[in-house]
Write a new protein. Sequence first.
Length: 290
Amino acid sequence: MQLIDGKATAAAIKQEIAEEVKTMVANGERAPHLAAILVGHDGGSETYVAAKVKACEECGFTSTLLRFEDSITEEELLAQVDALNKNPEIDGFIVQLPLPKHIDSQKVIEAVDYRKDVDGFNPVNVGRLSIGLPCFVSATPSGIMDLLDRYHIETKGKHCVVLGRSNIVGKPVAMLMMQKTNPGNATVTVCHSASENLNEICASADILIAAIGQPEFVKADMVKEGAVVIDVGTTRVPDATKKSGFKLKGDVKFDEVAPKCSFITPVPGGVGPMTICSLMKNTLLAAKRR
Ligand code: GUN
């Protein structure tokens, strides 16, 4: 069994991006510029956005954080999005989710110019992904594909079972895995809460991507000997021994599943660290297309 080290892979990718940015700047171009809109004071969002700003520094990007109180109106927020769409100094930007209840998140996502949508959430990018056109791929699916690529995991012709059909992980990763690319070119099955024979389907997977958000849902009897298991789960469970008061649990019962696997991602330290990396890759791509 080989552990897939997302932390080390993410560090290597950020290093490669930083090298590329150095060359860009040496050639007289300006560094990629990412902007982030953060509304309110949600603890999780504060942490994520701070990590994104730090990753920008590591990669040599310029970053701008635009903060607004919960009281911002939808109209005001849409005006901010419009200003970023039009600002030639900004290569890409994100609106950190969740947004306050009085704001229609979908409307905001659709207002982001797809050419600057480095989160890959705009339906134009999702549609382009589904038909194999160049696009910004959202963070988690892109991170999974990078891990498969960097660990030279054979996907062509393999049975890939995706557990979960969310718009941000299950559906896009299924699309990517069925695309005629490498990694990709797999036979893909998507399982969800209404699936019959779910255990048997999972047990037939060469590659199992667990993204249902139920801690330790995948048990040893649901995994084939020699399978590749990618655990996307990051449920916070209380843990008094941690400074934060919680620990992260994956969707896979790691201790009993890992011995059966050829490769497995741990939680934490697997898919998680790769997600910010994907945002950095997309921002560099946006800057190159400028
Ligand atoms: N909230 C949780 N994950 C994400 C993400 O990837 N992008 C944005 N914009 N908000 C999030």
